[in-house]
Design a protein around this ligand. Structure first.
Ligand SMILES: Cc1cc2nc3c(=O)[nH]c(=O)nc-3n(C[C@H](O)[C@H](O)[C@H](O)COP(=O)(O)OP(=O)(O)OC[C@H]3O[C@@H](n4cnc5c(N)ncnc54)[C@H](O)[C@@H]3O)c2cc1C
Length: 386
């Protein structure tokens, strides 16, 4: 067992961290104030990341990515977690599910996404189908050799900047002893395709400027060439490629918590009350001690999950534990930091109130904390037949 980073990994960490500090931090306040990424800035960030050789670094070299291991990519995500998500979105990590592209789909979707020419968004959630994905109503029926899609999706992140969408749609239903079970197929849908519209979504308190949208399908005709993976094989594609997004949420949470923690320590060391630094009060220093312990624990859990993926070991339970613990840790760390800042913590002169608001969504998206606990419990009890 080896706990240190290699020279190459140290270089990845320092390169991404200085990129975030130099290219992301200066624009965060404006994004927060306006709720939007300034015109042209997204493309500028993208261009700089391409020059740096980090665009689509989660993709293998044979398709033009940087070919990072899961562990190395987790280190990248951890550093990106420090910065505004609305801006780091343009650092460009296309959904790795695009590796399921076949034939000419590679030319139309996979390769342009890896080159930074086309951006993607992933759509699963619907108003009546959140945690229960199979309850989706958005459906496609066969007609004249095409699929005709009707329904909607909501909460779709990054859809305002996406050129195409990876959408999960019901393509049938099976009768099973446990009741009807929807068959799901994954489709690739271009922005502007007839019968498909992207509408403004809701305003979220978390990650301002990283907007979510509503997708609407109205008699939208899609040929078979738009199916990603096999017809009715949406869950298989999802299970093969989407597991790692939970790990990125965990890594984000660790990076964000470290930035927040550094500010808490600095503030506690310089803020004086009762004639001394508040860090001298055990009530404050114990909070700081708990914070760093929890951040380290979440960090190791997350890196261990990535390491297991690299070793080809089962990692479902471990990644669910990392996502659960890291996101709940982030909620505690941002809240404690705000407490250490006192009243100033709530003011937008400091980014602490933003970190506190941003943290809230991490326990909800990519599977809520309850769903992660469900996955962990299932993995433990299923082998025992319970
Ligand atoms: C800002 C934002 C961006 C998002 N971006 C995307 C995106 O890009 N693409 C996409 O497809 N989705 C996206 N989502 C959707 C996100 O993944 C869902 O919100 C999440 O899966 C939860 O679904 P829900 O909000 O419908 O809550 P529900 O599923 O209705 O859950 C409500 C509550 O019930 C609990 N619950 C549900 N089932 C169980 C159970 N079996 N056991 C115990 N408790 C349970 C939940 O934990 C939760 O506390 C986004 C969401 C948000 C808020």
């Amino acid at each position: 067992m080896q706990f240190g980073l290699s020279d190459e990994q140290e270089m990845i960490v320092s390169t991404v961290r200085s990129f975030v500090e130099k290219e992301i931090y200066p624009y965060e306040a404006e994004v927060e104030r306006t709720g939007a990424v300034p015109e042209g800035l997204g493309d500028e960030i993208k261009r700089k990341v391409i020059d740096l050789g980090f665009y689509a670094c989660n993709f293998p070299e044979e398709v033009g990515g940087a070919g990072l291991s899961h562990l190395d990519f987790t280190l990248v995500e951890r550093e990106l977690g420090r910065g505004s998500m609305a801006l780091t979105h343009f650092f460009g990590r296309p959904q790795n599910i695009l590796m399921a592209c076949e034939g000419e789909q590679k030319e139309r979707y996979l390769l342009p996404a890896v080159r930074g020419e086309r951006m993607d968004a992933l759509a699963m959630t619907e108003p009546d189908a959140g945690s229960d994905v199979r309850a989706m109503k958005c459906s496609a029926v066969r007609e004249g050799g095409d699929w005709v899609v009707n329904g909607s999706k909501h909460f779709i992140s990054g859809a305002d900047h996406a050129d195409f969408f990876i959408v999960f749609i019901a393509t049938g239903v099976d009768e099973t002893p446990k009741g009807p079970k929807k068959r799901i197929t994954c489709f690739l849908v271009d922005r502007g395709h007839p019968g498909f519209a992207v509408r403004d979504g809701y305003r979220s308190v978390s990650h301002r400027g990283y907007n979510n949208c509503i997708l609407e399908f109205s008699d939208c005709r899609l040929p078979d060439a738009q199916v990603l993976g096999a017809v009715d094989g949406g869950f298989e594609v999802m299970n093969e490629w989407l597991y790692a997004t939970r790990l990125t949420v965990a890594a984000f949470s660790v990076g964000r918590a470290r930035r927040c923690f550094d500010m808490a320590v600095e503030y506690a060391a310089q803020r004086k009350q009762f004639g001394q630094a508040i860090a001298k009060f055990q009530g404050v220093s114990f909070q700081v001690a708990d914070m760093v312990t929890e951040i380290d624990a979440a960090d190791w859990l997350t890196l261990a999950g990535a390491w297991r993926l690299d070793q080809g070991l089962a990692a479902n339970r471990e990644i669910a534990s990392a996502k659960l613990y890291a996101t709940e840790m982030l909620a505690r760390v941002t809240d404690t930091t705000l407490q250490i800042f006192g009243g100033m913590g709530l003011m937008d002169d400091f980014p602490i109130e933003r970190f506190w608001r941003d943290a809230r969504v991490e326990r909800i998206w990519d599977g809520t904390s309850e769903i992660q606990r469900h996955i962990i419990g299932r993995e433990l009890f299923r082998p025992l037949g319970a």
